[in-house]
Design a protein. Structure first.
Length: 153
């Protein structure tokens, strides 16, 4: 049976009707209508669904919504500030790091935590930071270049 919860997503409180067994991914996409977070494997294997929970990157498909109702959720929709793209978003565009784009939002969210924890990462640290995110298109080099560009901006 559905119940009403309040969820802080991108600094806005959303009142949502959810099933107690809903994942955070399902809640964001199917209950809140926020389609930026992608559903790939839906089983913890690809990283497409990565969001931040209290600043830490998590797979939203593997996170029960009931476990995060008192936490701050950040999705890709929350990255721009004052109408300006986040430096990571701009760098992904400038570096040509987006092909089909399916992995991109998840990789940007993992990168957001990486750069918050380590503003000047080495290439090895970048590779490790996004090692939980699969991209089937880019071969990763342009993604790594984009993260380096964002770190330097
Ligand atoms: S959709 Fe969550 S890890 Fe693949
Ligand atoms: S850009 Fe297509 S999966 Fe990464």
């Amino acid at each position: 049976m559905k119940q009403i919860i309040e969820l802080d997503v991108n600094d806005e409180v959303h009142e949502l009707a959810v099933e107690p067994y809903d994942s955070l991914l399902r809640t964001l996409r199917d209950r809140a209508g926020m389609q930026g977070t992608k559903r790939g494997c839906d089983s913890g294997g690809c990283g497409c669904c990565t969001v931040l929970v209290d600043g830490k990157a998590v797979y939203s498909c593997m996170t029960m919504v009931m476990s995060v109702i008192d936490k701050k959720i950040t999705t890709v929709e929350g990255l721009p500030e004052d109408g300006e793209l986040d430096p990571l978003q701009q760098a992904f565009i400038d570096a040509g790091a987006v092909q089909c784009g399916y992995c991109t939002c998840g990789i940007m969210m993992a990168s957001k935590q990486l750069l918050a924890d380590n503003p000047n990462p080495t290439e090895d640290e970048i590779r490790k930071g996004i090692s939980g995110n699969l991209c089937r298109c880019t071969g990763y080099q342009k993604i790594i270049d984009a993260i380096k560009m964002a770190a330097a901006s």
